[in-house]
Design a protein around this ligand. Structure first.
Ligand SMILES: [Zn+2]
Ligand SMILES: [Zn+2]
Length: 188
């Protein structure tokens, strides 16, 4: 129930922010595109940072406990009360508006909010859907590894910040065994 309410609230927030940005009438397309790309970039970092330092933080009480339940029971409740991400997105829009024109600030926050919706849907799919494509299975495996190694693979929609900040999981490769001389074929 909380999950559905969360996705609905997140979706409405993203639509509301983007519609408000467009309705303002001040967006010019090259800059709007740059802003949208910047929004995806900002989102990817927020996704990583929230997961690493909030959900797996040492002093983040309720958040860490809620996320701990998800690790034990991936199909159970989500970590956050549904109204928190929308409030965060609105606060973000306010913060962006301090340095950007209002329409671009709304667009930037709207794209971050849309990224958050993509994250929510992705995370559910990862845990419930059986993908046929190898590429998608690899994407699912990236997060499943995180459920076993909680200090690795914090990104869900992408591995970007795990690569940049060195938390991408690398399986230990057993030491290379050198071929014994007997393996070498004798000269004819
Ligand atoms: Zn998960
Ligand atoms: Zn986690």
């Amino acid at each position: 129930m909380n999950l559905r309410a969360g996705l609905t609230a997140d979706g409405l927030t993203a639509v509301l922010l983007i519609v408000a940005a467009v309705a303002d009438g001040g967006l010019r397309w090259p800059w709007a595109l740059v802003t949208a790309l910047a929004g995806l970039f900002v989102f990817s970092f927020i996704e990583y940072a929230a997961h690493r330092w909030l959900f797996h933080g040492r002093h983040t009480g309720l958040f860490a406990r809620g996320h701990g339940h998800h690790h034990l029971n991936p199909l159970g409740h989500d970590a956050l009360p549904f109204f928190l991400p929308p409030l965060f997105m609105l606060a973000l829009a306010g913060l962006f508006a301090l340095v950007l024109a209002t329409d671009y600030a709304l667009l930037l926050a709207g794209v971050v909010a849309a990224g958050n919706v993509a994250y929510g849907i992705s995370h559910v799919l990862i845990h419930v859907h059986r993908f046929k494509s190898v590429r998608m299975q690899r994407w699912v495996a990236f997060h499943e590894v995180h459920h076993r190694h909680a200090n690795k693979n914090f990104g869900v929609t992408s591995s970007l910040w795990d690569v940049i900040l060195g938390t991408r999981y690398r399986p230990r490769v057993p030491r290379e065994t050198h071929a014994a001389p007997t393996d070498v074929a004798p000269p004819p």
